[in-house]
Design a protein around this ligand. Structure first.
Ligand code: PEP
Length: 250
């Protein structure tokens, strides 16, 4: 049985003090989640990673990005050893905002995922099509390419440390949800593609949906057979709605 996963993506929100305040209220939510076999956590900015990690227990604290080199002349970047040094072992890779604004290519994502795997860390690899691609019926072509490029040259055994998040770009932060049927269809396609690439391990991989998920609609997505969880932006910022989403999954 695959676990459920709720991961909040805070993007460029919350000061360290605001992040600490959220962390100070996490304990009962993390306990409830643990009791119900649900993995929960958030991805704060680099600045707040340490504070949230220190202030929580049984709670995933993920970085929103990392560099694939260990150190060097890469101004503004943060490396995997730096994250490891503060006990951060989950990283979001290839979020559409990074693909759009920071030239995050499938190839770069692949380098990062391989490096994370080598360090025993978990990657949450984001894939998804733009509105134009969706309207042209290219979703599976785009997502298929992102998977084959981003997840190439790995081993089946690496997939206990890889989560795939299907996030249609047109539904992120827009309030325009993909239907439950679309989420199921593409999450199932993700699983099929991984099966084609790496075999039966695909049935164990966590595949989650992201895009305007909130307390009112999260249970509907999770009721789909290939949707194991959600990557949530806006609705993860307030502790009340974060808690409501966990409760909706119990
Ligand atoms: C995201 O940031 O990955 C996301 C899905 O955002 P939102 O929930 O706000 O659409």
């Amino acid at each position: 049985m695959r676990k459920k996963l709720l991961l909040g993506n805070w993007k460029m929100n919350k000061t360290v003090a605001e992040s600490k305040e959220f962390a100070s209220k996490v304990a009962p939510i993390a306990e409830l989640a643990k009791k119900n076999n649900i993995l929960v956590g958030v991805a704060p900015t680099f600045l707040s990673l340490d504070a949230v990690k220190q202030g929580t227990k049984d709670f995933i604290v993920a970085s929103q990005n990392c560099h694939f080199e260990d150190s060097g002349a890469f101004t503004g970047e943060v490396s995997i050893p730096m994250l490891k040094a503060i006990d951060i072992d989950w990283v979001i890779i290839g979020h559409s905002e990074r693909r759009q604004y920071d030239n995050e290519t499938d190839e770069k994502c692949n380098k990062k995922i391989k490096k994370l795997v080598a360090n025993g860390m978990t990657s949450v690899y984001c894939v998804g099509e733009t509105l134009k691609e969706f309207e042209k019926g290219l979703t599976k072509e785009v997502v298929g390419r992102q998977l084959r490029e981003g997840l190439k040259e790995l081993n089946a055994a690496d997939f206990d440390k890889i989560v795939v998040a299907y996030e249609p770009v047109w539904s992120i932060g827009t309030g325009k949800n993909a239907s439950e049927e679309i989420a199921q269809d593409i999450c199932s396609f993700v699983r099929e593609t991984i099966k084609d690439m790496y075999g039966e391990v695909s049935s164990k991989v966590l595949v989650i949906y992201g895009g305007s998920v909130k307390p009112e609609n999260i249970a509907g997505y999770l009721s789909q057979k290939d949707v194991d969880g959600a990557l949530v932006g806006g609705a993860s910022l307030k502790i009340e709605s974060f808690e409501a989403m966990v409760k909706a999954l119990v």
